[in-house]
Design a protein around this ligand. Structure first.
Ligand code: GYE
Length: 312
């Protein structure tokens, strides 16, 4: 079957082609670090699964390693896929492999995280405004604390655009407009629940009940921190307020239970949009350079009512 595809005639529509009438897409996923990531993977795989007649998805899980993502992209180039999607685990280090794709005539679609490369090396970025998310989180944190208090930050994966910009957006807003809020510690929890818990445990050992709020770059780390706060004999949601980003079901459950306060939504259900863009690119069309997600802010007071409507 694979051989038949490889030897089949090329499509007549000019330019490079996978030699396959189907839309052939390679997707280099980061890994399985969070509930958000799992929801995105499910969205992409589900859409491809629903459209087997027209879409051929080659999916690679890089287990959070850039070198594995680069290897996957190289193999997609070798296969001659129509389009390559990648969620870049970190921002830098993509120039060489994206250039290889460009030279092979295969467009790169950045999904959910940005890469700091020249604009000519990718077709579009489908994803959120992380600076805005960080800024919104800061405004919510300050409102919860009445403008005063010491807080800690759990950062995402070092070098990831989602971590860099959620930090910048948050810290810039605090510095500019909330002088009574003091960020006393900030460390990476790599976007995972286990590391979020571990880092929060060490913050609690050092600062104890001086900590009045925790800002997590994602909900999973915040959920880990909530466990640590409870184990330290404090009440998450009141003794220490919890603000994070994503909007996964787990944080809505925590909010409904009074153990978390706010989540700034970041939409992972990008499958349909992603394949739509891939098809447009295969057909030689143009797409916007940044396809921004539409997102909201959710607070504890409506969490129980919101929960049944959450899709991830
Ligand atoms: O917020 C986090 C995930 O890149 C936007 O990655 C994504 C982030 C998301 O692991 O939970």
């Amino acid at each position: 079957m694979l051989l038949a595809v490889a030897c089949g005639p090329s499509t007549p529509s000019g330019g490079k082609s996978s030699g396959n009438e189907k839309l052939v897409v390679g997707f280099a996923q980061i890994g399985q670090e969070s509930g958000w990531r799992d929801a995105e993977t499910a969205s992409i795989q589900f859409y491809a699964g629903q459209n087997l007649d027209t879409i051929d998805l080659k999916f690679a899980d890089a287990q959070q390693k850039q070198e594995n993502q680069i290897k996957a992209i190289k193999s997609f180039i070798e296969m001659g896929v129509d389009v390559i999607g990648v969620a870049p685990v970190v921002e830098t280090g993509w120039d060489a492999v994206f250039t290889e794709a460009k030279d092979a005539g295969i467009p790169i679609v950045l999904v959910d995280r940005m890469a700091s490369v020249d604009e000519s090396l990718y077709a579009t970025f489908i994803g959120s405004d992380f600076i805005e998310e960080g800024k919104n989180a800061a405004i919510e944190m300050s409102a919860l604390l009445g403008g005063t208090g010491k807080i800690v930050q759990l950062e995402g994966t070092v070098g990831a655009s989602a971590a860099n910009d959620r930090k910048k957006g948050f810290e810039d807003e605090i510095a500019a407009n909330h002088p009574g809020i003091e960020i006393i510690a900030s460390q990476t929890g790599d976007f995972t629940r286990a590391k979020g818990k571990e880092v929060m445990e060490s913050f609690l050992k050092t600062y104890g009940s001086d900590i009045k709020g925790i800002y997590g770059h994602n909900d999973d780390m915040a959920l880990g921190a909530i466990e640590a706060i409870k184990e330290a004999g404090l009440k998450p949601g009141s003794d220490i307020v919890v603000v994070s980003v994503d909007g996964v079901k787990g944080i809505f459950e925590a909010m409904a239970a009074g153990e978390a306060n706010v989540t700034v939504e970041c939409n992972p259900l990008l499958g349909p949009q992603f394949f739509d863009v891939c098809q447009t690119l295969k057909d030689g069309g143009t797409v916007e350079k940044w396809i921004k997600s539409d997102e909201g802010i959710f607070r504890a007071d409506t969490a129980a009512a919101d929960l049944p409507n959450r899709k991830y």
